[in-house]
Design a protein around this ligand. Structure first.
Ligand code: DI6
Ligand code: FE
Length: 401
């Protein structure tokens, strides 16, 4: 079906800037954008289906390119403990932290995980998200990683959003392999990744490169195994310390390196060369009360594309609004609202390898957009959460929740 959408202004986000069209019109044909421009230049013709957007500001549908939205239980009890002065390390030593989420996730059925993740995603989607990446990583064995990835695929089938699935089996050491990290990495490379990829459950492969997780040498083995399977890689890097995981990611043409508070200028230069997107996660920065800022000047100087994501997870970023992350990116990282919006649209699409079809409103791309009742695009990074009046269109059809 062909539809003319009008009575709106558009921030197309082409090239990662607002690229504003005032008094715009959009023609969608099926799932795609057939024409977009000033209404005065609309090609003459018959448009049987016309939608009035009531003066809205239209942006691309928001893209949350880094979440861990599928997990059992939650860790609000640990949050209370931490605020009473118990350290993250002490909590982990008592069996808390990632290990407690792994236990709860293993104990949950596929249906239970689906139901709890669906509610969290509902919050993200209500806030204008039309594409979301979800990582596994709380299963840490073949059966449980498979269970999580199957839930991710089901969410993609049942929710009005494009869902990309990332295998993060190398998130933490599986308890069965305590003291044998290299053997766990071997198990991931030789058994888990080939099996899960063959089942069509994996769009990309991620790992956690950190002194309390896996070393660059171990991550490199995971990257080599992923590339043998034809899968793109991403990396959690430089969140708590500087191991130059982001430079390693760049050497493997990673789609993105994420977190990055402790990265160096040389890491930024390497990422710029490989076109690896810097995914910044202000929710985790805020929730952990981190004080080390990501090197914004180096990222800008080298022209690294910057994305912003929620990192939605139970331990370090229980964030249910991507727009709130845009605000935090501006207040905490001193990004401009325009940079932040590019970070949740075009650059987030690139972090998922989807920049040719998603992330900006241009002819030929998918018709995923949000018509916001706001005064100007900066409002999206201005309000602290809340529920802005909007219409959400995905693949050319109204999917407002
Ligand atoms: N970095 C994080 O912030 C989360 N995972 C990661 O690699 C933490 C996940 C958790 O604490 O459950
Ligand atoms: Fe993460």
């Amino acid at each position: 079906m062909k539809t003319l959408w009008q009575h709106c202004h558009v921030a197309t986000m082409a090239q990662g800037t607002y690229s504003i069209i005032e008094d715009a019109a959009i023609v969608t044909s099926g799932a795609h954008i057939e024409w977009i421009g000033p209404r005065g230049a609309l090609p003459a013709g018959h448009y049987p289906h016309v939608e009035d957007l009531a003066g809205a500001w239209v942006t691309p549908g928001l893209i949350d390119c880094h979440t861990h939205a599928v997990f059992g239980g939650n860790r609000s009890g640990e949050f209370e403990q931490r605020l009473q002065g118990v350290s993250y390390a002490e909590i982990a030593a008592q069996g808390g932290g990632i290990a407690s989420t792994v236990r709860a996730t293993r104990a949950a059925s596929e249906d239970e995980l689906f139901a709890s993740a669906r509610k969290r995603l509902h919050s993200l989607l209500r806030d204008g998200v039309t594409t979301v990446e979800i990582k596994s990583g709380y299963g840490l064995d073949l059966a449980n990683e498979r269970k999580i990835l199957r839930v991710i695929r089901r969410l993609g089938e049942q929710l009005p959003a494009t869902v990309r699935s990332t295998c993060l089996a190398a998130h933490a050491l599986a308890p069965e392999y305590a003291g044998r990290a290299d053997a766990y990495i071997e198990h991931i490379c030789a058994e888990m990744l080939p099996a899960l990829a063959a089942e069509g459950l994996v769009d990309a492969v991620d790992a956690f490169c950190e002194y309390l997780a896996f070393s660059p040498a171990q991550v490199e083995r995971v990257f080599i195994a992923a590339q043998k399977l034809g899968l793109p890689v991403k990396l959690h890097a430089e969140q708590l310390s500087s191991l130059h995981g982001s430079s390693l990611a760049a050497r493997y043409q990673a789609l993105s390196a994420d977190h990055l508070e402790f990265m160096t200028e040389a890491d930024a230069a390497a990422m710029a060369t490989s076109g690896t997107v810097a995914v910044l996660l202000p929710g985790a920065f805020y929730f952990l009360r981190e004080t080390q800022l990501p090197p914004m000047d180096a990222l800008r100087k080298h022209g690294v594309k910057i994305a912003i994501a929620s990192d939605l997870n139970p331990g370090t970023s229980p964030a249910l609004s991507l727009r709130l992350m845009l605000n935090m990116a501006c207040t905490c990282f001193r990004m401009t609202p325009e940079e932040a919006l590019a970070g949740a649209t075009l650059h987030a699409a690139k972090a998922l390898g989807l920049e040719h079809s998603h992330g900006s409103l241009e002819v030929g791309k998918v018709a995923d957009f949000v018509a916001w009742q706001i005064d100007r695009p900066a409002d999206l990074a201005y309000w602290l959460g809340g529920d802005l009046e909007k219409r959400v269109v995905r693949h050319g059809a109204d999917v407002t929740l």
